[in-house]
Design a binder for this molecule. Sequence first.
Ligand code: TXA
Ligand code: MG
Length: 349
Amino acid sequence: MDTKVVRIDESNKSEAPIREAGEIIRAGGLVAFPTETVYGLGGDALNPISSGKIYEAKGRPSDNPLIVHIADLEALEAIVKCVPETAKKLAAAFWPGPLTMILEKSDLVPKETTGGLDTVAVRMPSDAVALSFIRAAGGYVAAPSANRSGRPSPTRASYVAQDLDGRIEMILDGGDATLGLESTIVDLTVEPPAILRPGFITGEMLRQKLGRVDEDETLFSADSGQAPKAPGMKYRHYAPKGELTIVRGPAEEVTDFIGKELAEGRRNGKKTGVIATDETIDKYEADVPRSVGKRTDAAAAAKGLYRVLREFDDEGVELIYSESFDGEGISQAVMNRLLKAAGHRVINV
Ligand code: TXA
Ligand code: MG
């Protein structure tokens, strides 16, 4: 199959490509599209055959449920059994935006889309291209991140093409994703509500609207010994091909330790990479040194992380060390993804 890539931007006022993308979805095909978090691999959420195709294109196990993307609140009512007060509050505060809610599904949503579950994940993205595309597609677009399973989520169209060229009908290229990390997932079918995946909408922001909100222990700790609650979180995700280790501790000791490890790796003929910050990047001698921005700018780290992980793969880096990004709010989302990418390999110095 030839994958058509169409660039959409402010100057391109023509709605023809978005209409065409919508028709592909209505006909049961697949289109990758930009959202403010990461690119999605979209299919008709109400068509079980489309969901099957998404799993196949992505190389993803079909017990891992998909997020249904909608463009207005009426669409939410149609796909869930009822809209609880908690969902109304969160929708008013954070939609459209980087928040996914888990709710009881209605009969309209096939089990193929929800990985066999009676619940459905729903998100209304804020990206303008995403919203027009969802409307053109009929209002319900099932979409996981548009990467092959096990690769970092794509933050630009060329990364989607790297993974999915020839496997899907079309890619809508809306430029770089503004946030760069996937949405926060909150389960509203349990009491109190629980965060299944941290993101830009932080626990603190959710608590301001709902009162108590639990955080799954497995999100941040390497060794809680518990099974994660979101089915997708049990799979090894976002893994670069090289061996990635996170180093945690006082700043100077971290740079010293990483510096020595990189030198040792290079002596052994390994191609090395480092994930650092603007403050420290010049202290390292790595084959592929990468800064994700100022240490205090967690949003920049969120935006840059997946790009850097892909660059290590493209450069064939074998040994990677990363500084750790401990802190509140968005830092937690960055650290959650970094821990997964590292297979929870952390050294405390
Ligand atoms: O920002 C995002 O959420 C992006 C963009 C494209 O919207 N999408 C995304 O989808 O990250 P995906 O498929 O890569 O991650 C969805 C996660 C998976 O871990 C999945 O297991 C979980 O959501 N999930 C989906 N439905 C669920 C359900 N009913 N109950 C619990 N977890 C669910
Ligand atoms: Mg994903």
